[in-house]
Design a binder for this molecule. Sequence first.
Ligand code: TYM
Length: 329
Amino acid sequence: MKKTMLTGVRPSGNLTLGNYLGAIKNFVDKQEQFNSYIFLADLHAITSYIEPQKLKTAVQNSIAMYLACGVNPEVTTIFKQSDVLEHGTLGFIMTFQTKMGELSRMTQFKSKSSQQSKEGVDTGLFVYPTLMVADILLYNTAIVPVGKDQQQHVELTRDLAERFNKRYGDTFEMPDVYVAPIGNKILNLQNPLEKMNKSDNGDNKGTIFLLDDIALAKKKIMSAQTDSFNKVHFDEENQPGISNLMSILSKITDETFESIEKRFENKGYGEFKKEVAEVVANLLTDIQTKYHKYNNEEVLNEILKKGAEKASIVARETLQRATKALGLN
Ligand code: TYM
């Protein structure tokens, strides 16, 4: 029997190149080897205020985007988190197993809450990792492909699963995180000391969105911040901008860093960037063509309906196991 692989993405019509290279591509490449689930983390999207209509549109666009990125609904179960009510219940239960200190230590919480502190920090931001714990444990997940920024949350999942199993008896499968060696943290093109994020201080010059206009995406790569070494060389510490572009190129084409360095020996950054821009443009063109083809409300709703039915069966079984272990039924 195949082991289970699961990942989730907060719904946004504006998925980034970071989301694709750091998580979705790794999922797609492995989907046939596993019993695979990908879900729209729409409950995670409301941990901070989002306009309801915006959320609704984002959900539909995101499923079309998963398909455009290569998620195959014949192989993978695609569903929306809020369609499977067990996520909320197990999320609640797992919150009660968690120490305040464990959640305060989460680096995502620390960085995001510091941005919010003027108006007070949303509790959603504080407890969302335990919802993520439930997302993973409900499906007896063996492997969770994510970018580096989510690794700590999967580690928390392991800690909580172990604690629960010790206290209440063997209930949950222990998941492993899969963070790919290349592309696990795509950096902001304008500030390669920061991660490429969906929101990018307003001007978005450092973030490539999968739905960006192709000419604009190329321009973003061409104007990426680099350094004055003038050597195409992988050195994340001293040459973060160039190393980031090398990771992008390598992750899309599978070419090794050594081979890239060799080909661009004695060549300028302009030529190197031009190639990266071309490769990204081809990727985006392909994804966008498929995105428009798949963005059909009826078909997408059908996929979600089937996905929720399938996911619910497993989720219900796991939740029953957990509530029984707790003495609730
Ligand atoms: P989210 O929506 O922020 O990001 C989705 C996936 O994209 C990865 N990612 C990146 N990888 C490399 N470079 C980047 N610049 C970059 N930006 C984002 C993220 O690591 C993630 O894998 N809480 C999660 C969603 C979630 C989830 C889950 C994931 C909810 N429940 C259960 C796995 C399993 C989130 O907000 O991801």
